[in-house]
Design a protein. Sequence first.
Length: 400
Amino acid sequence: MKKRFTLGSTLMLLMLAVVTTFNITFYVASEYYNARLGNFEEMEGEYQQLKEVSQLVDKYFVGEYDKQEMMDQALKGYIQGTGDQWSSYLTEEEYKAVMEKREGVYAGVGITISTATDGSYYVITAVTEDSPAQKAGIQPLDLLVAVDGESAAEMSFDDLSDRVKGEPGSEVTLTILREGVQQKYTLQREEVQTPGVKAQMLEGNIGLIRIESFAKNVDQEFSQKLQQLLDDGAQALVFDVRFNPGGFVDVLVNMLDELLPKGTVISITDKAGESTTYSSDEECVKLPMAVLCNEYSISAAEFFAASLQEYGVATVVGEHTLGKGYAQTMIPLTGGGALNLSTSRYYTAKGVSLAGVGITPDVESSLSEDKLNRFYTLQPEEDDQLQKALEVLRQQMSEN
């Protein structure tokens, strides 16, 4: 028997449906806006201290001050508060300078700067041959105390690097600390060409490849130098990434692709958990290999050594590395400045993060302070770490 509905019943049902829909919508909207309100109140509480300090300064401070300068310093401190030495806030002027340098011709003095293992100071880890720095007498392992009279300790890594660089012909004064004595060097910036890869054949047909960085086009230099050594009859290879400050991921991957069998090389994961994986193909060099590293082998240099170590195709010789496992992104801000922020983590082929951990060498070996100071002029027979790597390779060659 079919049920019949009167007009009144139908209208009543429709009204109930509308009311129910309104109640559900109102409930969901209320939950959403209550959550948003809670977030807003939480944010308001977080920034109340800054607001209070600003009001007190405006009301009572007797000196002159620049509001924008205060905000810039506050933002620098906020990013420094993350405890990440690789992230930094750039003012509008600093950001513009960085972007201009990427587009135009700028110069430096021929030094590579790294952060000490404990992050407490900056050290010059490399001095380019025939550069203004080398001609002035600046040496590897000199500590960089100040740039143009401003304390380096108060600058982020990016700020410091940008202060040292500039237009060709301009001058910069570096304050250097060596063996407890400070000395100032006023240098004229110029375009400095640094070879990315150096190669030579050592006794016993062992090829030595020194990788200065993983900068743009270094992978092409590497491929050419590697092939030349193979054509010349290399029976084993040593890769030297000591004092290497790192570089581009794609350059690193291209170089490792020539040395590793098929598989994962490195993966990058952002805060949302989105991952990008880089892989190598089957074709690769199959010779005994060793990698030299030290505490100033940073970022891509660490992953170069770690990848070869994890695949078991090379012996890592030297010292424990720093452990830089973050990738940075330059993010422009509406106020004109920018954040250079660590936004991704690097992971090795086995899924290991090197951040704050670094690499433990298979064979530990160190150089004396005197030899570190003469690092770029050491002859192979004077280099204790290189000699240890050669010893390892000769043993492997005799067993094959």
